[in-house]
Ligand binder design. Structure first.
Ligand SMILES: C[S@@+](CC[C@H](N)C(=O)[O-])C[C@H]1O[C@@H](n2cnc3c(N)ncnc32)[C@H](O)[C@@H]1O
Length: 233
C-alpha cells in the first residue's frame, strides 16, 4: 500500500473510533446528571450479599413492611443477586403471588435458586436479563424493586424504559439506595445515590414521584409510579 493508501486507512480508523466514542462515554456517566456509573458487582460479592450483619445494617423486614406487599401480588426484583430480598418478598406475596427475580449473571441466579430451595420457597421465577433488558413479563407487575443495583445499570435509561413496560398501569417502582447525602454511611461514593440524583434520572423516563422513606439505617427507599392512565403522562 502506498503512502496515500495508508493515510486513507488511518483516517477511516479514526472516523470509526469517533463514531463509537459517544456510546462508550455514555456508559460511563449518566447523560442527565453526569453521575459516574458503578461497576457491576461480580460473583465474588455473593457472600457479602448473604452476610449475617446485613440484617442489622439494612433492616430488610422493615423495608418490606414499607412496600405494602400483599398475597397474590406479582413483583419484579431486578438485579436480585443471591435473592436476599426475592426470598423475603416471595414469602410476603404467598399464597398466589410470584416474584420474578432477574439478574445478568447466571451464577447469581444459580445461588438464588439454591437459597430459595433451602428455604422451601417455590414462588420465585428466575430470569436471566441483559444490561439493557430485564426480560420481565409485559404489563403484569404490581411492583418492581431495585435494591442496591440502579447505580450499577450501564444502560439506566433503557432499563427504566423496559421496567415501565413490565408494570401494570399505576404499578410502583421502588429503589433502595445507600444515602449519598450521609457521609457516615460506609459505602464507596459511586455505590451511593442522593434523592435528587435519583429523581433527576427516573422522572424523565415516564414515572411519577411518590415519596421517600428514610426509616432505614443506611438506605433511602424511593417510590415512583407508572402513570395509571395515558392522560396522567
Ligand atoms: C450489589 S448487587 C445487589 C443484589 C441484590 N439486589 C441485593 O440487594 O442483595 C447488584 C446486582 O445487580 C446485578 N446487575 C447489575 N446490572 C444489572 C442489570 N443491568 N440488570 C440486571 N441485574 C444487574 C449484578 O449482577 C448484581 O447481582
Amino acid at each position: 500500500m502506498g503512502q496515500k493508501g495508508q493515510s486513507f486507512q488511518l483516517i477511516g480508523t479514526l472516523a470509526l473510533a469517533l463514531c463509537f466514542l459517544p456510546a462508550i462515554s455514555a456508559q460511563a456517566v449518566h447523560p442527565v446528571t453526569g453521575r459516574r456509573i458503578a461497576p457491576v458487582m461480580g460473583l465474588g460479592g455473593a457472600d457479602w450479599l448473604d452476610r449475617n450483619e446485613r440484617e442489622g445494617e439494612e433492616h430488610p423486614e422493615k423495608a418490606i413492611a414499607e412496600l405494602d406487599v400483599k398475597p397474590g401480588m406479582f413483583i419484579g426484583d431486578v438485579g436480585a443477586g443471591t435473592g436476599y430480598y426475592s426470598i423475603r418478598l416471595a414469602r410476603a406475596v404467598a399464597p398466589g403471588g410470584v416474584v420474578y427475580a432477574n439478574d445478568i449473571q447466571p451464577g447469581m441466579l444459580e445461588r438464588l435458586s439454591a437459597n430459595a430451595r433451602q428455604q422451601h420457597i417455590d414462588n420465585i421465577v428466575t430470569i436471566l436479563g441483559t444490561e439493557s433488558d430485564p426480560k420481565l413479563p409485559a404489563s403484569k407487575l404490581d411492583l418492581v424493586i431495585l435494591v442496591d443495583v440502579y447505580h450499577e445499570f450501564s444502560r439506566p435509561q433503557r432499563m427504566l424504559d423496559r421496567i415501565r413496560d413490565s408494570l401494570k398501569p399505576g404499578g410502583r417502582l421502588v429503589l433502595l439506595e445507600y444515602r449519598k447525602e450521609d457521609p457516615s454511611v460506609p459505602i464507596r461514593p459511586e455505590h451511593k445515590m442522593s434523592v435528587e440524583e435519583v429523581k433527576a434520572e427516573v422522572l424523565p423516563e415516564g414515572y411519577r414521584f411518590e415519596k421517600v422513606v428514610d426509616t432505614l439505617p443506611w438506605q433511602h427507599i424511593i417510590f415512583f409510579r407508572k402513570p395509571a392512565t395515558a392522560s396522567e403522562n
